[in-house]
Every structure is written in structure tokens, then in C-alpha cells.
Write a protein that binds this ligand. Structure first.
Ligand SMILES: [Zn+2]
Length: 156
């Protein structure tokens, strides 16, 4: 048994309701029935040159050091940047984003607040002029495939 959405195979997360089996591991994204045939999702390839970026200001030496280290670590582990507001967290990960795009991987930013999604989309679209940067949140859900996807952490 495997969840078609989160690919969970741990039986402890499966529950049988009145309509059949469903996965509780990813239940926060809505109930997904295991018997349902889901249409395979085909995503467009990452746009040519999408990894090219320009920041509005150069990073400081300390920021540059952190950005390089993030880009090194991102291949082999999760990375947590814990900084105060205005410290430039987004700018610190631009190098990592570019690295992933260059490897043909899509990048997703998941943020709890809709307004921040829209603001960040604008900023990242300026940084990455050749990338297809899209916002997926309330009122912006028609297009869900892009090179760089900025979305809310919950459904719409
Ligand atoms: Zn699941």
C-alpha cells in the first residue's frame, strides 16, 4: 500500500474510512483515497538560463560565506537559516536556488502568509529574470508549474 501523494508506505498512517483507505501522513493537505487513480503530473523542464541571477545589492563577506556554505550543504542535507527579519535570508539562498535550477531542478518556497508569497514572487522574479517564477496561493492557483514556485504552506 502506498500513498499516491506523499508516497508513504508505513501502514500505521493508513486508515480505512467509510469510502475506503486513505493516508493520514499527509492529511493536512486534504484526504487522498488510495484507490483513486490520479492523473500523472507532467511538469515542464526548467527554463533555459533560469539560473542566471542578479541581486539588487552585493552580499557582504559574511553573507557570501553563508550563501556559499548553504549551496554546498543543500546537496546532502536540510539547511536551516535562522536570522532576524531583514537579515537577508532570501538573498542568502539565491545561490542555492541558482545551483538547483542549473541542475534542472525546480525550487519551491513554502510560506504561511499569502501576502509574503506575492511579495517574494516579485522579488525573486527580479533576481531571476529568465526563470518562470510563479505564486501559488489564494487567487493565484491557475498556474502551478514553474521553475521557481512560491506558495502558501496550506491549500489555497
Ligand atoms: Zn500521504
Amino acid at each position: 500500500m502506498q500513498c499516491p501523494r506523499c508516497l508513504n508506505t508505513d501502514r500505521e498512517y493508513f486508515y480505512k474510512g467509510s469510502r475506503g483507505w486513505y493516508c493520514r501522513k499527509c492529511i493536512s493537505f486534504g484526504r487522498v483515497m488510495l484507490e483513486e487513480e490520479n492523473e500523472p503530473v507532467s511538469l515542464s523542464p526548467v527554463s533555459e538560463g533560469s539560473e542566471e541571477y542578479t541581486l539588487q545589492y552585493p552580499l557582504t563577506k559574511a553573507q557570501e560565506k553563508i550563501a556559499v556554505r548553504c549551496a554546498e550543504l543543500i546537496d546532502s542535507s536540510d539547511v536551516l537559516l535562522h536570522c532576524v527579519c531583514g537579515a537577508g535570508k532570501t538573498e542568502l539562498v539565491v545561490m542555492s536556488i541558482a545551483k538547483m535550477l542549473k541542475e534542472g531542478k525546480k525550487v519551491c518556497f513554502a510560506i504561511p502568509r499569502r501576502q509574503v508569497v506575492l511579495e517574494l514572487r516579485e522579488r525573486l522574479a527580479q533576481y531571476f529574470p529568465k526563470a518562470k517564477v510563479i505564486a501559488v496561493c489564494g487567487g493565484h492557483t491557475d498556474v502551478t508549474d514553474g521553475d521557481l514556485i512560491i506558495c502558501t504552506t496550506h491549500g489555497v
